[in-house]
Each structure stands twice: as C-alpha cells, then as structure tokens.
Design a protein around this ligand. Structure first.
Ligand code: KG4
Ligand code: ZN
Length: 332
C-alpha cells in the first residue's frame, strides 16, 4: 500500500511517500527559517509558512517517490498535538486531497508518529519496549506493549527536554535551535565543570527540567553581576550532562521495573551525541539494548506519520471529514 504522510504540527512542513509501512520512497522536510531571528517558533508565522509551502512540498514528495497522486492509496496526517494553526493547514489539505481522490485519510497522533520512527530502520525491534520521546514539546516515557497499545509511565511536569535546550541556548546566546548548538559546543567543554541539579523525582517516572534551566540562569546572572566572565562551553556541557543523566537514568529504571530488555529513544533530542553515547554505555552495563532512529527521522518528518498511518489504515481505521485539529491531543 502506498501512503502519503503529511506533517505540519510545528515549524516543519513535511511530506513523504512510504510503501507498505516500511519502504521510504521520499522524505521531504522544509524546516522554516523565518523563526530564527525570534529565537523561537512564532505560531502565526508558522501557519503562513505552511500555507505557502504545503503544495510544493507534497508535489516534490510525489515526484521524488516517482508516483502520481492517483497511485496513492491512503493519506496519513498529524491532527495533534501541536500548534492549532499549523495543524489545521496539513489537516485541511489532507482532507481536500482525500475527498478529491476518493481515498481514505487518517488523523495521526504526532507522538505515536515519533514511536513509529523507530520501526523503519529497526524492523526487528518488536514490542514490548520502553520508548523515550524527547523533543521540543515532549518528554514522555512510554511502555510500548504492542504497536497501537501504549502505557504512559511518565512525562514532563514542566519544560520538555528540547525546550530546556532551546531556552538555555538563548540564555547563553549561542543560537537557535538550541539543542544542536549546545550539542556542538559541549564537545569542547568540561561536562564536570559545574554540577547542576538533577530532578530525579524519586518514586515517579515523570521529568522536570525547569529547575535546571533556572539554575543555569542564576549561575549566569551571578557571574555577570560580579562582572566576571563565565566559560560558555563548560556551562553548556555541564547543563547537557544534567539533562542526559536524568533521561538515561530514569529510562533505564523504567526498563528494569517493567522487566523489558529494549529501549527506543526518539524525537529531536534523540539526535544528541552525548545522550546517544551515554545511553549505549549504561544500557550495555545493564544488559539492555538501545535503539535510535537516524538523525533525519528524529526531528519532525512525515515518514513516521505515513508508517503509523499504514498500520492503522490496514486495521480499517478511517477519519471522517469533521476531524478537527487537537492541540493537546493525548497519546492514549
Ligand atoms: O522532534 P522535533 O523536531 O520537534 C518537536 O516535536 O518538538 O524536536 C525539536 C527539538 C528542539 O528543541 C531542538 O533543540 C532539539 O529537538 N534538538 C536537539 C538536538 N537536535 C535537535 N537537542 C539536543 N541535541 C541535539 N543534537
Ligand atoms: Zn515531534
């Protein structure tokens, strides 16, 4: 089955054609540049960019896949969570295309999409496993009992992991998006320079990163008020180490407590080089296996939406034309 995936939940306009939920025929992603000068996503500008680019992006996904729109058998589109204006562009486009072609469409939960990003390159990874979704909007620890069957173990109580990266990068004045900037800078820094607090929230699998962000802000403002310089690279590396420490420790604890041997780490922050290294090392020590998507499938993309859509469409699931965008959609 040929499925067209469409993703417009935040600041990426993406379209992809996937065959049988496995074979990526195209993966077109336009990352909006307009937000750079504001140091964060401006929702109204994101919607306008989606409107401007959705048609050429879908056209190039079809062209790259060498299929005509008449060959597409189903459309999968993100309906939430995300920015309501952005979601509405992709969703309305998908509805119109499905209606005009007379083919089914299905609204996909963006978080379930991220979970499916792991299956494309690791087809032998079978549930049950623990999935850590870490992105700009989410930090969720999920027990994947089966495809389509999830149990949420924990989530962030305040800032998402990626959000913390972005806010600390802004504070340190090292660019946007903050995650890649901190990752790169940290490679030259001393991660043991300063021990920032780790919120392990004992007895819970929830996360909290706002205290850590405040600790970095306080450290920086104290140094500035004393008119003393601070080593940006070392602060970045020390902050990153605190985030990585908490994410890896809690995910491994969840795997041990659920008695599963496999972990998947997905979402934009899963690109982080220190996170990958530390996950691999600590999982090996505990006899666990950890899986990551390749970089291009970590950040928002439509491949994961098409693959997830393929699974649900095959089960006969369909959305009707009155499906609305749901900015705070829950996974279950
Ligand atoms: O999954 P994604 O593209 O969008 C959301 O669904 O939010 O994730 C974007 C987030 C941003 O916060 C960005 O700073 C972070 O992923 N990110 C990283 C890295 N690359 C992207 N965080 C840490 N290290 C990276 N290398
Ligand atoms: Zn995402």
């Amino acid at each position: 089955m040929l499925v067209l995936g469409i993703e417009t939940s935040c600041d990426e306009t993406a379209a992809s054609v996937v065959k049988d939920g496995k074979k990526i025929l195209s993966n077109i992603i336009y990352s909006q540049l307009v937000h750079e000068k504001y140091g964060g996503v401006v929702p109204e500008l994101a919607s306008r960019e989606h409107i401007r680019t959705i048609i050429p992006i879908v056209q190039s996904a079809l062209k790259k896949a060498k299929v005509s729109k008449k060959q597409i058998e189903g459309i999968a589109v993100t309906y939430g969570p995300g920015l309501v204006g952005s979601l509405l562009i992709g969703l309305s486009f998908a509805k119109a295309l499905s209606y005009s072609l007379g083919i089914p469409f299905l609204g996909i939960n963006h978080l379930e999409g991220h979970i499916f990003s792991i299956f494309l390159e690791h087809p032998r990874l079978k549930p049950p496993f623990i999935c850590l979704i870490v992105s700009g909007g989410h930090s969720e620890l999920i027990l994947v009992k089966n495809k389509g069957d999830y149990h949420i173990l924990g989530r962030t109580k305040d800032d998402a992991a990626g959000e913390a990266f972005d806010k600390v990068a802004k504070l340190l004045n090292i660019g946007y998006p903050g995650g890649p900037a901190i990752d790169k800078l940290s490679q030259k820094g001393n991660r043991n320079f300063f021990r920032f607090p780790r919120a392990f929230l004992k007895g819970s699998f929830d996360f909290s990163f706002s205290g850590l962000k405040t600790a970095v802000a306080l450290y920086v403002s104290k140094r500035l008020s004393q008119n003393s310089d601070f080593p940006t690279t070392d602060i970045a590396a020390s902050f990153q180490e605190a985030v990585v420490d908490v994410l890896v420790e809690k995910t491994i604890k969840a795997a041990l407590s659920e008695n599963v041997k496999k972990i998947a780490c997905v979402g934009g922050v899963a690109r982080n080089s220190r996170l990958r290294k530390e996950f691999k090392k600590r999982c090996k020590d505990k006899n666990l296996k950890v899986f990551f998507p390749s970089s291009i499938l970590c950040t928002d993309n439509a491949v994961m939406i098409a693959a997830c859509g393929d699974f649900h469409l095959r089960r006969g699931e369909r959305s009707s034309l009155d499906l609305n965008a749901v900015p705070y959609a829950e996974l279950i």
